[in-house]
Design a binder for this molecule. Structure first.
Ligand code: C2E
Ligand code: MG
Ligand code: MG
Ligand code: MG
Length: 291
């Protein structure tokens, strides 16, 4: 017999369970333990203004620092966290931790920039998400304009419900971005019905911008469309200087990717912000200033 305790108690015959199901239960149990053990941490990846080269935002990206398995990337546990519902307390922790870190940077005298947090749709089904966010901002003393929320297009989303929730968040002063733009199922439906401030062009379109004329056309079209809709647009997964040139020449607003910086722990970001305080931060000639 295998017994896994947690919020739900499972009591199952091991013979009834295949390896995958057992692994899933173990993972869910482990995540609950990890949450109370404070094993999750946030990395932050800078976002750069393409006109000035300055850092204008940070995306918070979760990692699990597992006592035996080391640093585990989100792809390996977020799906299970969503499925089991652990994403709700975990997601609340992410919002609070990102706000706390951002406030700490501001208190260190760093320029005030927004931190963006990835939200799972499961988190919208909590009726009090907006209250929760408002409480966190108030408790930490962070202005709502320094928190942004990223959502991905998903087939399972109830657009009506999400729209209501996102409007409330927008009223608080929190900006909403559509993440991985172009990879979902109903991009235009979302654009028409949700209060969106920014599109994030998925890195699958950015990757081959130089070699694939279709990708180049798609990226150029997304940038133009975003601007026609008065939306900001940021390219994800930018790895080369050539990609930066392409994006700049098409007037893309911002970029994020290894070319600028990989995601860093909070301490690394503070150092980066200190060095680059109000100075161009992209490693590229055209931004170099005489200081
Ligand atoms: P995302 O929100 O689209 O985040 C961007 C991912 O691309 C990150 O992977 C980042 O490390 C990676 N990346 C950034 N620049 C580059 C680049 O130049 N090249 C390449 N190849 N990759 C780059 P990461 O941190 O493994 O996160 C993966 C996904 O997990 C995220 O995709 C997001 O959907 C999800 N995720 C991360 N943190 C959270 C969270 O706190 N809550 C929820 N619900 N999902 C999260
Ligand atoms: Mg994201
Ligand atoms: Mg993305
Ligand atoms: Mg992604």
């Amino acid at each position: 017999r295998v017994k896994v305790t947690g919020k739900n108690h499972y009591l199952l015959h091991s013979s009834d369970m295949d390896h995958v199901a057992l692994k899933k239960l173990t993972l869910q149990h482990e995540m609950r333990r990890a949450l109370s053990n404070k094993e999750f941490m946030l990395y932050y990846q800078p976002q750069y203004d393409l006109a000035s080269g300055q850092i204008v935002g940070m995306e918070a990206l979760i990692r699990w620092l597992h006592p035996e398995r080391g640093l585990i990337p989100p792809a390996e546990f977020i799906p299970a966290a969503e499925e089991s519902g652990i994403i709700v307390p975990l997601g609340n922790w992410v919002i609070e931790e990102a706000c706390r870190q951002n406030k700490a940077w501001q208190d260190e005298g760093m320029p005030s920039i927004p931190v963006s947090v990835n939200l799972s749709f499961r988190q919208f089904s909590e009726r009090n998400l907006t209250d929760k966010v408002a409480d966190i901002l108030e408790k930490i003393g962070l202005d709502a304009r320094y928190l942004e929320i990223e959502i991905t297009e998903s087939m399972t989303m109830d657009v009506e419900r999400a729209s209501h929730c996102l409007k409330e968040l927008t009223c608080l002063g929190v900006n909403i971005s559509i993440d991985d733009f172009g990879t979902g199922y109903s991009s235009f439906h979302y654009l028409k019905n949700l209060p969106i401030a920014r599109l994030k062009i998925d890195r699958s379109f950015v990757r081959d911008i130089q070699q694939d004329p279709n990708d180049a056309a798609i990226v150029a079209a997304i940038i133009a469309m975003a601007h026609n809709l008065q939306l900001q647009v940021i390219a994800e997964g930018v790895e080369t200087e050539d990609q930066v040139h392409f994006l700049r020449s098409h007037r893309c607003d911002e970029m994020q990717g290894y070319f600028g910086s990989p995601p860093l722990p909070g301490s690394g970001v503070l150092q980066l912000l200190r060095e680059k305080l109000n100075r161009p931060a992209l490693p590229i000639n055209m931004y170099r200033t005489a200081t």
